[in-house]
Design a protein around this ligand. Structure first.
Ligand code: ZN
Length: 194
């Protein structure tokens, strides 16, 4: 994405939390789970599991990012992708509770969509602390980790390598400015200057 490259990485001395993306990462994790809040209501996998909901998340993220002076395109894409990833994984997974799938095109079309690939196992939602459901859910979680873990590890490696290449290309003055914005290295360099 074009824009301020320095904003893409925190200084090496920043906290682990900040280097992992800070609050935005936490918000995206929440957005990834948010569509299932509809389980507290009557209709599951309708409005919250639609592309309209993804669009609504994008609009809200863009407005908040613009008001907070954050990179609008990047924050909007991240939030919409985090929310949309839930729809993708539900579409790929098994669903034994009819009607199967999700109403992706709600409210324009009330058809239920599912890939039929059953890539992720059905999870148990009732009496989840009893033996049978617990075994079902442990199996499902293990399978999800086995499928998604290597993808996450691969993306992490690509990101680390890409950032390592970007760093030397940033003009020295911009890096200095970003350091002076905070972090231990910023304080250290100011102390050295004194
Ligand atoms: Zn869901």
């Amino acid at each position: 994405m074009p824009g301020d490259r320095v904003g893409r990485f925190a200084p090496a001395a920043a906290t682990w939390y900040r280097r992992a993306g800070g609050g935005l990462t936490l918000i995206c994790a929440g957005l990834g789970a948010a569509p299932d809040l509809d389980l507290a209501f009557t209709s599951h996998r309708t409005a919250t599991h639609s592309l309209s909901a993804v669009l609504a998340v994008a609009v809200v993220a863009a407005v908040i990012a613009a008001a907070a002076g954050r990179p609008v395109a990047r924050v909007t894409l991240m939030c919409a992708a985090a929310y949309g990833s839930h729809l993708l994984l539900d579409w790929l997974g098994a669903d034994f509770y009819p009607p199967r799938g999700l109403q992706l095109l709600w409210p324009f079309n009330h058809e239920w969509y599912i890939s039929g690939l059953d890539l992720f196992r059905q999870t148990a939602r009732l009496r989840i602390f009893t033996r049978g459901p617990m075994r079902t859910n442990v199996h499902a979680i293990a399978q999800e980790l086995a499928i998604l873990g290597p993808i996450v590890a691969g993306l992490w490696l690509v990101r680390v390598k890409a950032l390592a290449r970007l760093r030397p290309r940033c003009p020295a003055a911009t890096i200095r400015r970003s350091r002076d914005r905070g972090g231990i290295s910023g304080r250290r360099s100011r102390r050295a200057a004194r």
